[in-house]
Design a protein around this ligand. Structure first.
Ligand code: ADP
Ligand code: MG
Length: 324
């Protein structure tokens, strides 16, 4: 068998810690929003990123793109460091990896016409003459399926689905190679979701994109992704090919997530792995495995030691008692 292509993006031991302010501005605690996460993406791959609200998906995406400075670890694009490890900002390299905001309406300046929002990244990242920028913006607008007349509208004058398209257009003007799509279909009607997902696929082919697709909608992840990564309280707890994750999840937390979506997980998993309670305070994690307080399979060892992600290819889980 031929060697697999070298990764286009490598995330190595990446952490992002936020200080939690107490009284008088003192740091009361440290919140490990992303905790020692490692994975690699093959060119053209679509990796799904799933997990409950607050588990660190957006922080991971933003730290990969460089919106947040990593607390530890590094990110490499085609082998070169683009975040962490003493990297100094290099806009050309940085532009290769882009992050599409969860709420594009909020990320667009309400006082700016769509045209201005689309010109801005090109102005920040280069010194293209105005006419050339204009041509590029018009082309991108066409590619994301918006009429050119929308360039003269303000964000509040277009629909949620169209705002999504503008958010994507903004990013694509920079010709990225890797795009983090953060909850790209949340808040959209089902019919609009379908057309937006089709657009992502078309653009992926056209621009040779590699995606990290953050979503809490497991049906979307199942249809769109080659692999799935599961996060719990800042940690990657399982990663593997999409079919294997859905058909034979190894981590009890992955099983719980699937159980919460009966039309996907099936009634059999649902009964044994129903997820109860809220996740623990991320600024005050339990000892050992951080899922143990909610795990139906918990054993004494789980409180004493923290399981690492198993090495190897195929499905990998961070659990001492994986499988059925
Ligand atoms: N800028 C920030 N400052 C402090 N804490 C943050 C910040 N951004 C996110 N957090 C915290 O980090 C954790 C992960 O948040 P987030 O990445 O938004 O999760 P998700 O996208 O999975 O819902 C949460 O506990 C959240 O409150
Ligand atoms: Mg988020």
């Amino acid at each position: 068998m031929a060697d697999p292509a070298p990764p286009i993006l490598e995330v190595r031991n990446l952490s992002k810690i936020f200080p939690v302010q107490g009284a008088f501005g003192r740091v009361k605690a440290r919140l490990r929003a992303v905790d020692d996460v490692s994975f690699a993406l093959a060119p053209g791959e679509v990796l799904g990123l799933v997990g409950e609200s607050g588990c660190g998906k957006s922080t991971l995406g933003k730290t990969i793109m460089g919106i947040h400075e990593p607390s530890a670890g590094e990110v490499r694009f085609e082998g070169e460091i683009i975040a962490g490890g003493g990297f100094r900002r290099d806009n050309a390299m940085r532009a290769k990896v882009q992050y599409a905001y969860q709420d594009p309406g909020a990320s667009l300046d309400p006082r700016w016409k769509i045209r201005d929002s689309l010109h801005e990244p090109l102005i920040v990242h280069g010194n293209m003459p105005r006419a050339e920028r204009d041509a590029q913006v018009r082309e991108i607008v066409r590619l994301v399926g918006l009429p050119e007349t929308h360039l003269d509208l303000y964000p509040h004058e277009i629909s949620g689905g169209q705002q999504r398209r503008v958010g994507l257009a903004r990013i694509l003007t920079l010709r990225p190679k890797v795009v983090v799509l953060d909850e790209p279909t949340s808040g959209l009607d089902v019919s609009v979701q379908a057309t937006v997902l089709t657009l992502f696929r078309d653009l992926q082919r056209q621009f040779n994109l590699t995606y990290i697709l953050v979503s809490h909608d497991l049906a979307v992840v199942r249809t769109m992704c080659d692999r799935v990564a599961v996060m719990y309280l800042g940690k990657l707890v399982e990663i593997g090919p999409t079919a294997a994750i859905f058909d034979a999840p190894q981590h009890p937390y992955t099983r719980s997530l699937l159980a919460a979506t009966p039309r996907i997980g099936g009634a059999r998993i649902a009964a044994a792995f129903a997820l109860t309670g809220e996740p623990p305070d991320p600024a005050n994690l339990p000892s050992g495995c951080r899922f143990r307080t909610r795990c139906p399979k918990v054993q004494p060892r789980c409180a004493a030691e923290e399981p690492a992600l198993a090495p190897g290819a195929g499905t990998r889980a961070a659990c001492f008692f994986p499988g059925a």
